[in-house]
Design a protein around this ligand. Structure first.
Ligand SMILES: Nc1ncnc2c1ncn2[C@@H]1O[C@H](COP(=O)(O)OP(=O)(O)OP(=O)(O)O)[C@@H](O)[C@H]1O
Ligand SMILES: [Mg+2]
Length: 152
């Protein structure tokens, strides 16, 4: 199988432009059914990352955080679901909202604050951790589950 490009495995981004380029390179390696757990502190760039992924997959919509609605859907090739669990109070709320219906083999799902409800994400989720804040540089670290390593 074709090796993933180096940037699809994360890297260093000194500017927003460089960060968005890394996100686009990462997006090009995603396949329908992939789930991405986006970790990183407040303001680290999770929503900025999702916006760049949505654009790279062919949708020019303005991406905003689904902080209060928990879930936004974007058409694209493939479609993208953007979840933000920051304000989730308890797991019952996720069930009421039907958040598990966001997942599917035909789409890519990106989840901000996945640590609020770890059980929602499948075991095969890709973990992507962003470090950095403010106008400073960012470091992106990608951890793929076993069997989905750097070569596929
Ligand atoms: N090198 C950089 N890479 C990425 N973002 C940067 C960089 N420098 C500055 N920024 C800015 O950092 C901010 C990141 O905000 P964003 O809403 O994406 O963070 P978030 O992780 O989604 O926050 P929250 O936890 O509140 O959801 C943006 O305003 C972005 O322009
Ligand atoms: Mg956000």
């Amino acid at each position: 199988m074709r090796p993933r490009s180096a940037s699809a495995n994360g890297g260093h981004a000194a500017s927003v432009d460089a960060f968005e380029e890394l996100a686009a390179a990462f997006a090009r390696e995603l396949r329908p059914g992939d789930v991405v757990a986006l970790e990183g502190p407040l303001g680290s760039g999770k929503t900025t990352f999702v916006a760049a992924v949505v654009r790279a997959l062919g949708n020019s919509s303005h991406v905003t955080s689904p902080t209060f609605t928990f879930r936004h859907h974007y058409e694209g090739t493939p479609p993208v679901e953007h979840l933000d669990l920051f304000r989730l109070e308890d797991p019952a709320e996720a069930a009421q909202l039907g958040l598990e219906e966001a997942f599917g083999a035909d789409r890519i799902v990106l989840v901000e604050w996945p640590e609020r409800l770890p059980g929602l994400l499948p075991a095969h989720a890709i973990r992507l951790r962003i470090a950095g804040a403010g106008d400073g540089p960012r470091e992106i670290a990608v951890t793929r589950p076993a069997g989905r390593g750097a070569n596929g």
